[in-house]
Design a protein around this ligand. Structure first.
Ligand code: TYD
Ligand code: MG
Length: 455
């Protein structure tokens, strides 16, 4: 008779990754000679101690182990909720709203189990005051204020929470890993200890990490290997906050969650499709230098306005100033335009912004970015009824992007009567939709500009 028992595995002492057999180098973090024997229930072990693999169809995928956070925007970014037996790192600049979000999560999470909010940053009274303001009081939510990993672990062992929040990983200190909290060593050690606690106790652990604008603090980066999901909380325009996953072992890393910071904490933005458009008077034209793109973010399409400005460079040295779209992409698109339309950018300083402060990484914004730059440089406005989608090759061709039909539909729903895009789709995406005839095909950047300026 087979029984579930501890089987031998190899765990990386650097990042916690496990392998069924010993390897000289950890495939997750690349560290040499870091795999050590460890135990974990991996398969079945019979009475004679022989192990054997499990038929894949007999394995429980563990989807039942998801806990809804009670915040649908957060659930979506997580891939459907918090996973039990997992660790999630949430990073963001100080003051962005991490503690607020997590206290709201603690208040709303759909679990009957205990919830422990561990803080090394605030006193119990401060947390209580914040919870009062957020309406975040509930049975089963306990607060523990300490920066001592030993005490934190003892408390976890005593309470056995279903959800544990550690705010923040930088304020934790383990005697085993040197004396100063916040060093890369301390952060790695504490993250490793806590995430293996979460795994062995089937708890959902959330670690808060403060990061600077550049996101380059060594510590939290080092901890990214040790957790199952990494979320970033970013500043949008004004009170907007954008939550994104950069790593997610249990779901897509493309989903975006949108919130507004208000009097009573973070409010979810449930219909954001037109949030990043600038409202102008009915019938008025777009200013030169602006173009609209439907952007495919995770499972949603949002319409965003891209704004560009070009001015002659002063000292022969040109620069690109673009916070929301990568500089290198702006330079590449400007070069493509210069080559294929003859409009000169190489003597210009280029400024690019995205309305609403949304950061854009998707390839499908190339055409709108190109048209915004062209419009800015030539000082001619684009028609206000037209949205633009497509990736641009260096040869100036428009390449297909995902979800064209959904982009057409989203643009149409927000009053755009035409979407200029590539001649083909990435994949056949099911039956055609209403409004698909609004998709005007262009094969390259010149073709797209011709359509735009002849109308
Ligand atoms: P906080 O969650 O403390 O940020 P973090 O943990 O990322 O450092 O949020 C800090 C800011 O949010 C603070 O400047 C006050 C503001 N805030 C509100 O506007 N409304 C609220 O209801 C709360 C709790 C905070
Ligand atoms: Mg905080």
């Amino acid at each position: 008779m087979a029984s579930k028992q501890k089987a031998l595995i190899y765990r990386c002492t650097n990042c916690g990754h496990t392998e069924p057999k010993w390897l000289g180098r950890c495939p997750e973090c690349g560290q040499w000679n870091s795999l050590r024997e460890s135990t974990q229930t991996q398969g079945m072990v019979d009475k004679a101690g022989e192990t054997f693999p499990l038929p894949i169809i007999s394995i429980d995928p563990g989807e039942g182990a998801r806990i809804s956070t009670g915040l649908p925007e957060l659930d979506r970014v997580l891939g459907g909720g918090l996973m039990r037996g997992s660790a999630t790192l949430i990073g963001g600049e100080p003051g962005i709203g991490k503690s607020t979000l997590l206290l709201q999560l603690c208040a709303k999470a759909q679990t009957k189990g205990r919830i422990l909010y561990i803080s090394g940053e605030e006193s119990p009274a401060q947390i209580r005051m914040r919870a009062d303001r957020l309406g975040a009081l509930r049975e089963g939510l306990e607060v523990f204020c300490s920066g001592d990993l030993g005490l934190v672990r003892a408390t976890l062992d005593a309470i056995k929470p279903t959800i544990a929040v550690v705010d923040s990983i930088q304020t934790l200190r383990a005697d085993e890993a040197g004396s100063i909290p916040g060093t890369a060593n301390q952060i790695k050690y504490c993250a490793q200890e806590l995430s293996s606690w979460a795994k062995t106790h089937d708890a959902a652990l959330i670690l808060v990490a403060h990061v600077t604008k550049e996101g380059l603090i060594a510590g939290p980066k080092a901890a990214e290997h040790l957790v199952d999901a990494v979320l970033g909380f970013e500043q949008g325009e004004g009170d907007m906050r954008v939550l994104r996953a950069s790593k997610n072992r249990f779901g897509s890393a493309e989903e975006v969650g949108l919130f507004r910071m208000g009097e009573a904490g973070l409010q979810e933005v449930t219909d954001p499709s037109g949030l990043f458009l600038v409202r102008r008077e009915e019938g008025s034209s777009l200013p030169a230098g602006t173009a609209v793109a439907p952007v495919h973010e995770g499972s949603r399409v949002l319409l965003v306005e891209i704004q560009a400005l070009t001015v002659p460079a002063k000292a022969g040295l040109t620069r690109v100033y673009s916070e929301r779209i990568e500089n290198s992409r702006v330079s590449r698109i400007a070069a493509v335009l210069e080559k294929h339309t003859g409009l000169r950018f190489s003597d210009q300083d280029v400024y690019v912004n995205v309305a609403g402060g949304m950061r854009l990484t998707e390839p499908g914004i190339d055409l709108a970015l190109a048209c915004a730059l062209y419009s800015a440089r030539s000082d001619t406005a684009l028609p206000a009824n037209t949205a633009l989608a497509g990736e641009l090759s260096l040869a100036g061709e428009l390449r297909p992007v995902r979800q064209m039909r959904r982009r057409v539909k989203a643009a149409n729903a927000l009053g755009f009567s035409r979407l200029i895009g590539p001649p083909a789709e990435v994949l056949v995406e099911g039956p055609s939709i209403r409004g698909a005839e609004l998709w005007t095909r262009a094969s390259d950047i010149r073709g797209a500009l011709k359509i735009l300026y002849n109308s």
